[in-house]
Ligand binder design. Structure first.
Ligand code: ASP
Ligand code: MG
Length: 450
């Protein structure tokens, strides 16, 4: 058994869906389960539709609906299918119209409603794609994730699956495969114990796929993207970035979290647990080998896997002489961040100070005011994290090279941290310095033009 996940761009229009169908058909012998995102930018369009419904009222609803149904109708038409929406698609669009009208009247949207709203994207795409797959003779069946065992907590917009999903998922999907069915499952969405629709966070379809692969003990999870796998750097920064042949689960999770766009950070956990390989492939270039994510690396692997960067970072410097030889100070600081639900990314500490970073989208003012009562606090904005993901067994050499690059560029690393997962070395620079540092590091570790 195989799990094949296709993101929005792999099913953005009729031509891409045709292409995706061919990729699936070529692998039917391996008993695939297909997982799909919403078509193209449908998720964004749905969110935009809600924002317009709130700001412009009911008049905007028809326009928004037209845009979303045109994407799906246009694809049906071009795929040579009847442009009549089948009852299931029509029903979904009716429900969506009702929902948007409701939002336009009450002029607000809760996280719960927002999850229900964006779920229409995946629910539409699997029905449309399954219908096309069937027209090609494949025994495809659209499956909503909650009918495939995806039950989550009620943490709307970023829900976690309940542990029982590990049993529910194979119990739901394996019998379908045994019957010779090709399940086409909605990525990204689930339901909580009360039956309310939840989502696993933006980009969450990757997690749907890896969860199915791990829970069903599939031979492999394939994540089909629009790039040739995991790259050594962001190609928008480093023109010479190239695909990495193999990475470990831990490395892939670090890469995803620290700026590589290629996989959802949480998606590595299930397959990491079971040792199920995850292959990242390019649907625009299926011949390319892609990147294999697994438990170990080939013996000849390069000691640096990739260099990433993430901007919009705020650095918080907390200094207190009270910390000297004391216990409990860090606990006080962290419980304050926890109280305001602020997530900390990177951390470095000395005997009398602690520096940490948070994403600048988080509102930290209240927490900072509270900490300022027990220590002196300085907040520095517009920083970036540059992360080198690689073998910590070579960390001294990696650090030497990295700092050599910084020295040559005249750039000061303002904070340095080795990730707890032991695969990353991260440092903070001023926002505008990140791109030149990444280019310099890439050239140092991988050679080439940049
Ligand atoms: N459609 C959702 C999103 O755009 C989920 C996904 O693509 O994985 O975030
Ligand atoms: Mg998407």
């Amino acid at each position: 058994m195989l799990v094949m996940k296709f993101g929005g761009s792999s099913i953005a229009n009729a031509e891409r869906i045709r292409h995706t169908a061919k990729i699936v058909r070529d692998r039917l012998g391996r008993k695939p389960v297909v997982v799909l995102s919403a078509m193209g930018d449908t998720t964004d369009s749905l969110i935009e539709a809600a924002e317009k419904a709130i700001s412009d009222g009911p008049v905007s609803v028809e326009f928004s609906l037209e845009k979303i149904s045109a994407t799906h109708l246009g694809a049906l038409q071009e795929l040579g299918l009847s442009t009549m929406f089948t009852p299931d698609l029509r029903e979904l669009l009716c429900d969506l119209a009702t929902l948007l009208s409701g939002i336009s009247l009450i002029k607000e949207i809760s996280p719960k409603t927002r999850d229900y709203l964006v779920s229409f994207g995946e629910r539409l795409s699997v029905r449309l794609a399954a219908r096309y797959f069937r027209s090609l003779g494949m025994n495809a069946q659209p499956v909503d994730a909650w009918d495939a065992g995806f039950i989550s907590d009620s943490n709307f917009t970023s829900a976690e699956l309940v542990p029982e999903s590990w049993q529910y998922i194979p119990a739901a999907l394996l019998p379908l495969l045994d019957k010779g069915t090709l399940p086409v499952v909605t990525g990204f969405i689930a339901k909580d114990a009360n039956g309310a629709v939840t989502t696993l966070g933006r980009g969450g379809s990757d997690l749907t796929a890896t969860m199915i692969a791990a829970a069903c003990r599939a031979e492999e999870a394939q994540v089909w993207k629009d790039v040739d796998g995991i790259l050594t750097a962001d190609p928008r920064i480093v023109a010479d970035a190239r695909p990495v042949g193999a990475v470990t689960y831990d490395e892939a999770a670090e890469l995803a979290f620290f700026g590589a766009q290629v996989l959802h950070p949480r998606a590595m956990h299930p397959c990491g647990k079971t040792g199920t390989p995850v292959l990242v492939k390019n649907s625009y270039n299926p011949e390319a080998p892609g990147s294999m994510i697994g438990s170990s690396l080939p013996a000849d692997a390069h000691h640096v896997r990739a260099i990433t960067t993430r901007g919009n970072i705020t650095m918080v410097d907390i200094v207190s002489s009270r910390m000297l030889g004391q216990y409990g100070f860090l606990a006080e600081v962290f419980s304050c961040f926890a109280k305001y639900r602020i997530s900390i990314d990177m951390l470095a500490t000395s005997e009398v100070s602690v520096s940490l970073t948070v994403d600048s989208t988080q509102d930290i003012d209240a927490a900072i005011n509270e900490i300022a009562r027990i220590a002196s606090v300085e907040v520095k904005t517009n920083k970036a994290i540059v992360t080198i993901v690689g073998l910590v067994s070579h960390s001294s050499a990696i650090l030497e090279s990295a700092f050599g690059v910084c020295v040559r560029l005249g750039i000061q690393a303002q904070m340095v941290s080795h990730g707890a997962s032991k695969v990353n070395i991260g440092f903070i620079v001023d926002g505008p310095e990140a791109a030149p540092v990444v280019r310099g590091l890439h050239k140092k570790f991988f050679g080439g033009q940049n």
